[in-house]
Design a protein around this ligand. Sequence first.
Ligand code: C2O
Ligand code: CU
Length: 474
Amino acid sequence: GSAVLAGAGLFGRPDRAPAFTRPLPPAAPVGEESIVSLDLKAAERSLSLPCFGGKSLPLWTFTDAAEPPVARVRLGQRLNTHLVNGLTRPGEHVSIHWHGIRLPNDQDGVPYLVQKPVEPGESYDYSFVPPDTGTFFFHTHCNSVEQLGRGLFGILIVEGDAPEPYDADELVVLKDWRIDEAGTGFLPFLTNEGAGKAGTFGTVRSVNGAIRPDINLPASADVRLRVVNVDPTRLTEIGVEGAEAAVVAIDGIACQPFPLRSWRMGPAMRVDLIVRTPPDGGTATLVDYFAAKPVPLARLVASGPARRQGPFDPAPLAAGRIAPPDLASAITMPITFSATATGAAVAELAGDGAPLGPLCLSQSNLWAINKASWPSDMHQIPPPMAQLERGKTYLFELRNVTPHMHPIHLHGHSFSVLKSNRRDLPPHHADTVLLQPKERLQIAFVADNPGKWMIHCHIIEHQETGMMAWFEVA
Ligand code: C2O
Ligand code: CU
């Protein structure tokens, strides 16, 4: 199959280049256990980012900096996190979900399902050894539309996956901000129209907190860009103009490198790219091809002596450590993502631009998974969507019967993306996969992590209005 996603006829993308052939080196060796400590205090802080136009906003952050904290551990190291909830709004509890990390269930950060939520003034400790190398992130799993919207997230990098070092290693964090007209406060994070359709978008797009920043890189070099979409809503389709680029990892896990034409990323998805930068003084552009008109996101500015010669043939990352699914014995489960009757009505009304009156969202029932909508009261854990037998392979057939895209996230497992009825996909692992309208997408995984795990859309307004369920592995 082709190694790229089918896209509309968009200009500017290079023709498909031949696939790279260097095989993945074996999984990285696990180093000795030692401890990395991380102190996080969720609090409201008046802070400024370059994209705020000189003003400050009442961000909710985990540290005193406006930029998200970046935790780096080596494979084998234990991450001990002390979380304090310094928010003062009554009932504004927090937790941390370590997105994509296959950790023990009680560290997964889902309030009520696996832990008590951390109330204002309280603290909580997390401790785990990440089992996989790669690019991950973490975020609160409470009142997520507002808490993520205001900045409660961070990056987690597990190192040790690059047997042949690259010439640079840069984070590219994509996030929109919903800023009011005065530029000093936030617009409502959840709207009827957004929740019933594609989500409510921010007003300012940022890359690493800035609008179309320059990212300075060595020249004629193979550089690693870790692209992380932490936005609650926006889908992007990442491409590079003016330089060759390859995809080497998806959602943190190595894949056989393939040339990048463009790669669609829903909220919470990550992609690791290797870019061969231009010679000294040259530039390339990181582009979003999602809309009909490409949007430049950042300028890659190359300088200094050439680091590489010869054709672009990027070093692969070390293979992942995910157990291969046994497809011959897999148990198939259809999982359908739909709008509820209320959801369909809201989307239709919103489409007319008719005022909807007070939020009907307290009903929390716009979306459903297998016809069940997560109840609005988070204390009330609904019955599980499915019981999975530990050690067995499951094949989930994800069916989207809505006209919208849904980035579907499974907690606790990385799955193989097998095939779609609508597009060619390269073989890869993921923890979040973009389900396109009318698509049927097969994913498979070994249910090897016991516990209670969420499955939900990562467009946070969809998640918070019902498109969320859980399954138990026992
Ligand atoms: Cu990144 Cu349940 O979420
Ligand atoms: Cu969705």
